[in-house]
Design a protein around this ligand. Sequence first.
Ligand code: PLP
Length: 496
Amino acid sequence: MTDSPPPASPLVDLPPEAFRALGREAVDVMTAFFEGIDSAAPFPARSPESVHALFDAPVPEVGEDAHAILADWNTKILPNSSVLGHPKWFGFVNGSGSQIGAIADALASTLNPNLGGWKAAPAATEIERRTVSWLSELIGYGKESSGLFLSGGTMANMAALRTALCDAATWDVTADGLQGSGSSRHLTVYMADHETHVSLPAAVDFLGLGRNSIRKVPSLPDFTMDVAALDRMLEEDTAAGMTPFCIVGHGGSINVGAIDNFAAIADVAARRNIWFHVDGACGALGAMLPELVHRYDGMARADSVSFDAHKWLGVPYEAACLLVRDPLALPKAFATTATYLQSSLPSEYTGLNYFDYGPQLSRGWRALKVWMSLRFYGAEGYRAIFRQTIACAKHLHREVARSDDFEVVQPEPELYIYAFRYAPVALRGDDAALDTLNQRIADELLRRKVAFVMTTRIRGRVTQRLSICSHRTTLRDIDETLAAMREVGEELSRES
Ligand SMILES: Cc1ncc(COP(=O)(O)O)c(C=O)c1O
């Protein structure tokens, strides 16, 4: 009996002409998106249930026509999507995305290298190495450092804390975890009480350190870490038998964009031989600006610095960068040993294997979109974008300060993040009412599809908080958003 031939597989590539036609259609869709981005609704204002219902389809048993799949973009996907690249998207700390980055992502997927091992990605690995080194140079962190791209600031903070831990421990953390002989069980990490980003406690959770290992350092009135208090805490904790292993400073904090006093923290860290990590997810790149670089004094002395390319650089998600001053520190924390990865013996094709430098084995080609974006805009182009966003934040501050119905809650912004409060005279002093009113204003702006704004709490009180991260945002967008807030605020105040 002879085996019958297997049925013809539909899993074949499209003929070149069909692929080209599909690609052109996709590029048309992308072009229309970018063309209409200013007039799109920043937020779809649809309920989670209604969006869920739209995609509630059975598993496709039979393959569909690619053009029909693409057609869903305009009918189902776009009308139910948030547009982070909209000039009035001020939520979270989201980057605006870039056209060159979108093209880079398509090209990255086309070659589909795996940036874990050099042999699976020779050119791609060298592009990552070069891009990381460009970024390091641009922020004055020095060419000797090493680093890599990770999914985001959260993973970068996690990787930095593990690196710090492996560096500080007197035992082999890789072998004995947190329980090696010499472990005092009192490993402690220091971060500011007000502005520390939630990704840092998450990193502590992830590493199994326990939240009690976090020592919250008081903040100064300008929301930076009180370094004198830090020093006192370190003194007391060390005397009490604890093992401080890391201090985290912020380069552009989440609520108010504060930049810590890096030089002072670096002094303390050096004197006490403790790892100093700068979480610069939002703003480490501000060191690229000559007029601001003095605010980053001491950052070059940090043991590690992380920042998100998918924020201020506008590179499409996901891309964060972690830089570490000691090139041996990352492999100490992450090196793998499997012979099937390393090859059993070195050869002339043994190159840089990024799986030895971070938590991922398989890795996508994040570097391509950063590399292409840096080449496309150039450092000067990015400086111009940064200046524009900072100018927007400063303008907002001035408008808030000179108004009698908004209230200043932070110093003049140095970066692009700014918090403030709607506080009409009649309600001043009634914090509970102002909290509710400010939240309702933000919600109403979303509902009206005017702008995407979110609130936060500053020293316990609900405030508006705008992250003006987009290269598309102009002073006019700021004025229109503030005017809309005022209009809604007045309406809601009259109602209550
Ligand atoms: C200061 C800070 N650190 C870390 C993160 C986490 O970054 P990601 O969202 O890329 O994981 C953020 C995100 O906004 C942040 O603002």
